[in-house]
Design a binder for this molecule. Structure first.
Ligand SMILES: O=C(O)c1ccccc1NCC(=O)[C@H](O)[C@H](O)COP(=O)(O)O
Length: 217
């Protein structure tokens, strides 16, 4: 079974970054959403970006996660965190994503919340706009659009007809990685709650186990 690449979302410390880098994460996510326990200040984000830049050779790409963020706030987040990708985790439209890409010259991960088969219909409209789609569970709370530890019915993905760069998210953990890959064929996985010991606190052992499981397929 081929391996899946991993994005560890919601890192908060240089030690979290080090574990992700050494274990072979392809992406790390920094959350910029004040209602989240994983929210980073611009100062912490800048320190993490400097820490990441001190690595030579292969290192995870940085993703700045935002939710319906306006241009001035986005500008500040991008200057502080210097991301490779902006993850759009709100109700951003394809036109809004195109404008962000053009203005800030960053790659885009667009999160789509999946609850029923019809939620997959919009995927193809992102084909030439998003660099990656992140297919996540539909959150029950309008306050917290992601990072809730809930999964969606992976069988829905049998009718997926969108772009080839997509990652599976929602409720993943070291124990269900193998099943998730075999049921969905996902080549990339995103996780936050499933590698935490408490809300917003990454567990380094779980991060290593998750990435190892994804490598085994
Ligand atoms: O993680 C957050 O706190 C968060 C807040 C607001 C919007 C999105 C958020 N996370 C998005 C992610 O990419 C998560 O990794 C994804 O939803 C999966 O989360 P989990 O089910 O906890 O693994």
């Amino acid at each position: 079974m081929p391996r899946a690449d991993v994005k560890i979302c919601g890192i908060a410390t240089a030690a979290d970054y080090d574990v992700c880098a050494r274990a072979g994460a392809r992406w790390i996510g920094m959350v910029f959403f004040p209602k989240s326990s994983r929210h980073l200040s611009l100062e912490v984000a800048a320190a993490l970006a400097n820490h990441a830049d001190s690595y030579t050779g292969d290192r995870p790409e940085r993703v700045a996660l935002t939710v319906d963020m306006a241009d001035d706030a986005l500008d500040a987040v991008i200057q502080a965190s210097r991301p490779d990708y902006i993850q759009l985790h709100g109700n951003e439209t394809p036109d809004r994503a195109k404008a962000i890409k053009a203005r800030f010259n960053v790659s885009i991960i667009k999160a789509l919340r999946i609850g029923t088969a019809s939620d997959l219909d919009v995927c193809s409209t992102w084909d030439t706009i998003a660099d990656w789609l992140l297919l996540d569970a539909k959150s029950a709370s309008s306050d917290m659009p992601g990072g809730t530890g809930h999964s969606f019915d992976w069988r829905l993905l049998s009718s997926y007809k969108g772009m080839s760069n997509w990652m599976l998210a929602g409720g993943l953990k070291p124990d269900n990685v193998t099943e998730a890959i075999s049921m969905t064929g996902a080549r990339a996985l995103d996780v936050s709650s499933g590698v935490e010991s408490a809300l917003g606190k990454k567990d380094h052992g779980l991060i290593r186990s998750f990435i190892r499981a994804a490598e085994m397929g």
